[in-house]
Ligand binder design. Sequence first.
Ligand code: PMP
Length: 353
Amino acid sequence: MTNHPRLRPGLADLPAYRPGRSAAAGAVKLSSNENPFPPLPSVLAALDEAAAVVNRYPDPTNARLVEALAERHGVSTAQVVLGTGSVAVADQLVRATADAGDEVVFAWRSFEAYPILTRSAGAVPVTVPLLADARHDLPAMAAAVTDRTRLVLVCTPNNPTGTAVRRSELELFLDAVPASVVVAVDEAYREYVRDEDVPDALTVAVGRPNVVVLRTFSKAFGLAGLRVGYAVAPEPIAVALRQVQLPFGVSTMAEVAAVASLAAESELTVRVDEVVAERGRLTRALRATGFDVADSHANFVWLRTGGQTASFAQACADAGVMVRPFPGEGVRVTVAEPEANDRFLAVAAAFGG
Ligand code: PMP
């Protein structure tokens, strides 16, 4: 008997979340998939107004934002559940579906929060390797579903590889997974998709009682610092998600900024288009230099640098360019404004593919 505080032994196995390295003075941060543009004036004005009432709790139901999202997506307000970032909604989803020992299936490599959320809930991560071209192996994921599976996470476009699932393969997959298993399609980067064969999961989810779609205001909407994301879920799942939600999570500041951003969506889309154009430019330039770059549908590119990963990331850091290395595998580089991208391209060209 020791007199140490007793914490859950499983915490020892919890992988740590590694945030993108922040940029030192003069450096550029291409390591966190952030939106490089500052908030719109209309969003700043809404925040200014909301700042005057932060002595009050937020509306516990965030009704204004829920209504705006329901209208935006053509769903009922009962289907919309908010959280402090879509990572929090994913956490609610794990806790609403999985008891200790239950299984959560996801591709690997994928969003590094998934194993953390799964293990935090005492559930068991079941990882299915990506295909050689870095896409999800959906047939293998369907085959990995067992009696213990409570949740499958499909990340499309996938972080960190940028690859996306096609409509036909997603439909086949959803047909194959029993309706008793919840499938969450994490579309944090949906707004950057330009390929018509990559479906909006909300359209595929219609009529499916077990399919949840996760979205966020952190990327295309440029509100990463305010922490707001959401699920569109069939009503019984939405009820369960609210049961495990912390009260007053989404702040008034986050809510008003999200509502203002939805109202200014066309202005934000112009910025997203710029990033998409830059993604194409970066991909072409990197391939011309000899890098192995996956086709990206997101606001970042994935360079399969293998054994060169650490030295390439170091060369970037030495030049004041922060990227996200996955040692032995590759480097994820956020697409930013042209000047920052040029700085990265200069390092890449000097390093050689
Ligand atoms: N899902 C994926 C695939 C992501 O890459 C991220 C952000 N890194 C998130 C969810 C979470 O975003 P947020 O919590 O800021 O909404």
